[in-house]
Design a binder for this molecule. Structure first.
Ligand code: C2E
Ligand code: CA
Ligand code: CA
Ligand code: CA
Length: 277
């Protein structure tokens, strides 16, 4: 029995060590990723549901490490947040996405908006608004083309402070989107009091839309509310024609998903617009 117990303890501790080691290794790599230029952005178009026209892009961060390969954001963003690395990376994402969008505008195509994901700890940083201003001035992008995607939890972490920051951003002319809407601690009071331009309905409400009456009712209610409040509604993770038809019927404004476009690199997107332009 003693031996078995010993083995078990050893088994757990080995596993824990391996996890800790992997984390430390990942953290070390993450710290160097920016200077080694291992990050890049992919862009996924947002389309007008009724016409299918591209109205903007969302910037999605990618990390390609020589040894680990392509690491998913869901795997490294939480670690980047815990370690504070996200602040520098977030600044890089902001300025890179703004510069790219300005370049596409200079390319002559009709101006697109750019949506940038902002993590909770990045948003709560005292110099966040300065970072946004700097990205705008360095890129020359007009503020109303930039949307910042916040989550309910990052906004509600410190409501008083968040309200202040969001009002400053609104004064700058930058748009604010609420990401993954419906999955956090949704509260109607913030929709009334905060300067919000866009709600992005989480993919979990869209996935079963064609066979779930509750999802239809929820999406319908959010869209109706959007018209009433003057907030644009985006459906996330749209994968089928059936879903598109339903969203059209529900008069949802915008949508994003594999049925329209996959996230692609800036080069691929440039090639694409050059052809269709
Ligand atoms: P998100 O902001 O909710 O982004 C949507 C995710 O859904 C993206 O995953 C996108 O590639 C994926 N997606 C798009 N269309 C479809 C679809 O039709 N079906 C399905 N199943 N998925 C679809 P991705 O790129 O892996 O990003 C995951 C999350 O990582 C993002 O979720 C966002 O929270 C975070 N993230 C990405 N880039 C950044 C960044 O620059 N900064 C911060 N702070 N977070 C980021
Ligand atoms: Ca997002
Ligand atoms: Ca989302
Ligand atoms: Ca998400």
């Amino acid at each position: 029995a003693k031996q078995g117990g010993g083995n078990r303890i050893e088994f757990y501790s080995t596993e824990m060590n391996e996890q800790t080691l992997y984390r430390l290794e990942l953290e070390g790599y993450l710290r160097k990723a920016l200077e080694k230029r291992e990050f890049f952005l992919c862009y996924q178009p947002l389309v007008d549901v009724q016409t299918g026209t591209i109205i903007g892009n969302e910037a999605l961060l990618r990390w390609r490490h020589p040894k680990l390969g392509l690491v998913k954001p869901d795997e490294f963003i939480p670690l980047a947040e815990e370690t504070g690395i996200i602040h520098e990376v977030g600044r890089w994402v902001l300025v890179t996405a703004c510069k790219q969008t300005k370049q596409w505008q200079q390319f002559g195509l009709h101006p697109l908006t750019i949506s940038v994901n902002v993590s909770a700890s990045q948003f709560q940083q005292p110099d966040f608004v300065d970072d946004v201003k700097r990205a705008l001035s360095q890129s020359g992008l007009e503020p109303h083309y930039l949307n910042l995607e916040l989550t309910e939890s990052s906004m509600l972490r410190n409501v008083h402070y968040s309200t202040q920051v969001m009002k400053e951003l609104q004064q700058l002319g930058v748009g604010i989107s609420i990401d993954d809407f419906g999955t956090g601690y949704s509260s109607f009071s913030y929709l009334k009091n905060l300067p919000i331009n866009v709600l992005k309905i989480d993919r979990s409400f869209i996935e079963q839309l064609h066979k779930n009456a509750s999802d239809i009712a929820i999406v319908k209610a959010i869209v109706t509310m959007g018209y009433g409040l003057g907030i644009k509604i985006v459906a996330e993770g749209v994968e089928t024609e059936e879903q598109v038809e339903l969203l059209k019927a529900l008069r949802c404004h915008y949508a994003q998903g594999y049925v329209f476009y996959q996230p692609v690199t800036a080069e691929e997107f440039t090639k694409y617009i050059a052809v269709s332009h």
